[in-house]
Design a binder for this molecule. Structure first.
Ligand SMILES: Nc1nc2c(ncn2[C@@H]2O[C@H](COP(=O)(O)OP(=O)(O)OP(=O)(O)O)[C@@H](O)[C@H]2O)c(=O)[nH]1
Ligand SMILES: [Mg+2]
Length: 688
């Protein structure tokens, strides 16, 4: 592949609701530009971009794929993101390294929840956006309906950059309102505007020019004085308005049937900013933030936005923001704080790679076997260390407990989970200290299913999954004292220890404190320590249901030793048993984790969501209306949210989304506490 300078590159993320035709668009673009000799199909499992086993199985993308489309001297680096919202992490990292977003809107469905989510993500990164109304050839397409849907459901201003010629099966091409010409058929041949569309085209062009002028005072003046704006002025006006987030042009395509594909590529090359029209913020070693222009002469900053592992090893996907990245060179990985070697540097198309000697500022490629450097790290020069901020990602909202299938899977557990998480910043794993379960957390049930399958197919590790146990805690509500004597006289030396303990509630947030009020030496210092040790053992398994005990101060205030039989082990046992006994009389309660959950749904679903949340013991904190969406903020026990990802999907036909964050521990209602205690007793019995 030819070497491309910064000004000849365009980095565009293809984003949109699941199934809006992003991958098919890239397949067609690859085919039309001669990069492939056969058009790949998502349905048939032959798509260059959906090459992953899982993608072939599901006929849908699960991960971002790259494709450089060489088009009229420009390299369009396309980032084909998955539309299924469990993979929002891929969308976020792709937007981070893009200079613009092509937002897909399915022509029949119009704006969907996924459209809104990706648009918001692109807005947050201040990315210029073009809306592509896609699959224009489908039965039942009504252009006015989809344009209404855009105007009614999305924030912002929209203007036609093209007019479609025909709709549904009679869609044959588009009118380019900048050049005032038609583009017809599979070859997008230039033709005069059809007679019956001349007036509509004139009118639409006026609206376009007015919109282009709006972002620029000088252009606006010219426009109102009825002077013709030149082509260059209109383009500059549009680009300016887009970069300020004032305007998103609308275009049309039907990639599966090959209509109006080239005009899309032309629009991207023309209106999306080249990397050198943008800047980036980096942090120097001493913490100082600096803004640089994207360009070869800026300090080297190459950001790792994605890591992929396969049978051949690890590939790090990199976007160069500043400087030139060379193959066979040593660089500094800022986050890792260590030198790494870049061996071969590659341009990536789906799973195919082409070696290149360098990547100019703005370009995107991959490095294989990049040592220990991981996603979100920045490669820089050792003597000019700078790094970019990590890609912001949402908190996990769904989790499963992981159970290795075989003994050999047990041995590979932590290594394989660590590798999975390294590939995917929206996945997280940990051992829950209270329940001792290994938890894998992510963005939804599908996300977690796929991760578990990946562990099997890529790392050969088998996992079963279950709904995680809730990490309850136990504590007390009032002060109580007890005494306990541990006595054992069998055979040789006996054991003897007697202690008096007082337990006081410290509040849910506190862990544990221990104090001694022994005066006059009824229990000597080593045995006081042994008693404390015994109390700490008791904390590991509370008397209600065996959960961790928190929020208690234990005070030893009296006791008795035996001149021969008292040993540390005896006081440890006495301490542990006395603690349990005292706790039972101190109003013991169960605490449960409470989360803050924010649910966003189309307003029509509001009633259902509120009713459902009520049945989940939630407390509503607030309700907001944003456009056509309702946002409900609640405080809700984790125990009630274990299957919410599926439940919300079925309640809203996939149109609802939610986010969760830990809030605090709260008291379990008494009747539930009884159930949980009974269940725990049953489990203990079963375990023998
Ligand atoms: N009629 C019609 N169908 C299309 C067109 N483009 C794509 N499709 C079909 O729409 C379905 C989804 O297409 P994809 O290209 O996988 O869509 P995507 O946006 O990549 O989907 P995700 O990766 O799952 O978000 C497939 O069955 C395609 O065959 C089109 O131009 N016209
Ligand atoms: Mg796709």
């Amino acid at each position: 592949m030819k070497e491309y300078q910064t000004s000849k590159i365009r980095n565009v993320a293809l984003v949109g609701h699941n199934g809006s035709g992003k991958t098919t668009f890239v397949e067609r673009a690859l085919f039309n530009t001669g990069a492939t000799t056969r058009m790949g199909s998502v349905q048939a499992g032959t798509a260059v971009m959906d090459f992953d086993e899982e993608e072939v199985d599901r006929n849908s993308s699960v991960s971002t794929s790259l494709a450089p489309i060489e088009f009229k001297g420009i390299k369009l680096n396309m980032l084909d993101t998955p539309g299924f919202m469990d993979f929002i992490g891929e969308v976020n990292s792709s937007l981070y390294v893009s200079d613009g977003a092509l937002v897909f809107v399915e022509a029949v469905s119009g704006v969907e929840v996924g459209t809104e989510i990706v648009r918001q993500a692109a807005n947050e990164r201040n990315l210029p956006q073009i809306l592509l109304v896609n699959k224009m050839d489908r039965e039942n397409v009504r252009v006015f309906r989809v344009v209404d849907s855009i105007n009614n459901n999305l924030d912002g201003n929209f203007v036609n950059l093209q007019l479609p010629i025909g709709e549904g099966p009679s869609f044959t091409g588009i009118i380019d309102l900048l050049k005032m010409e038609a583009r017809l058929g599979e070859k997008s041949e230039v033709a005069p505007i059809p007679d019956d569309m001349v007036d509509a085209a004139e009118e639409a062009r006026m609206a376009l020019i007015e919109a282009a002028a709006e972002g620029d005072d000088a252009l606006m003046e010219k426009f109102f004085e009825d002077e013709e704006l030149t082509h260059e002025e209109i383009v500059a006006g549009l680009k300016g308005a887009m970069s300020q987030g004032l305007l998103s042009p609308i275009i049309y395509s039907a990639p599966e049937v090959g209509i109006a594909v080239e005009p899309v590529l032309e629009v991207l090359a023309l209106l999306m900013p080249s990397p050198d029209e943008r800047s980036f913020v980096a942090t120097k070693a001493k913490g100082e933030e600096v803004t640089y222009k994207v360009g070869d002469t800026s300090p080297l900053a190459a950001f790792i936005f994605k890591t992929r592992e396969d049978a051949y090893g690890k590939a790090s996907y990199i976007r160069v923001f500043g400087g030139v990245l060379n193959s066979d060179s040593r660089y500094w990985a800022a986050e890792l704080d260590s030198e790494v070697r870049v061996g071969s540097l590659q341009i990536v198309t789906g799973k195919e790679t082409t070696a290149v000697s360098k990547l100019h500022a703005g370009d995107i490629g991959a490095v294989v076997k990049l040592g220990d450097a991981s996603t979100n790290d920045t490669l820089c020069e050792k003597n000019n260390q700078i790094k970019l901020a990590p890609v912001a990602q949402p908190n996990p909202i769904a989790s499963v407990a992981i159970h290795p299938k075989t003994q050999s899977d047990v041995a590979k557990l932590s290594q394989s989970l660590t590798r999975l998480v390294a590939e995917d910043p929206t996945l997280n794993w940990y051992t829950e200290v209270v329940t001792h379960e290994t938890i894998l957390a992510g963005m939804g049930t599908t996300h977690l299913d796929i991760a578990v399958k990946k562990a099997q197919s890529k790392f050969g590790v088998g996992f079963d999954t279950t709904i995680p146990k809730v990490p309850y805690r136990e504590t007390i509500t009032k002060t109580n004292s007890a005494d306990y004597t541990h006595k054992k006289q069998t055979g040789g030396a006996g054991q003897y220890g007697r202690v008096f303990l007082r337990l006081e509630p410290l509040g849910d947030d506190a862990e544990f404190e221990f104090a001694s009020e022994i005066f006059g030496g009824s229990v000597s210092a080593p045995f006081v320590s042994a008693t404390e040790k015994g109390c700490r053992q008791a904390l590991e398994s509370g008397p209600i249901a065996g959960y961790n005990v928190v929020g208690i101060k234990a005070i030893i205030f009296d006791g008795k030793e035996h001149p021969v039989d008292s040993k540390e082990i005896a006081f440890q046992t006495a301490g542990r048993e006395c603690f349990k006994k005292a706790m039972m009389g101190a109003g013991p309660i169960l605490l449960e984790p409470i989360y803050k959950a924010t649910v966003t749904v189309p307003a029509d679903y509001m009633g259902d969501i509120m009713g459902d949340m009520n049945s989940r013991r939630a407390r509503v904190l607030g309700i907001d209306q944003e456009g056509t969406k309702s946002i409900v903020q609640t405080e809700v026990p984790l125990a009630e949210m274990q299957t919410y990802a599926q439940d919300l999907r079925s309640m809203t036909q996939g149109r609802g989304v939610y986010a969760m964050e830990f809030y605090h521990y709260g008291r379990v209602p008494a009747h539930l506490q009884e159930q949980i205690a009974a269940q725990a007793a049953k489990e203990r019995e079963e375990e023998g």
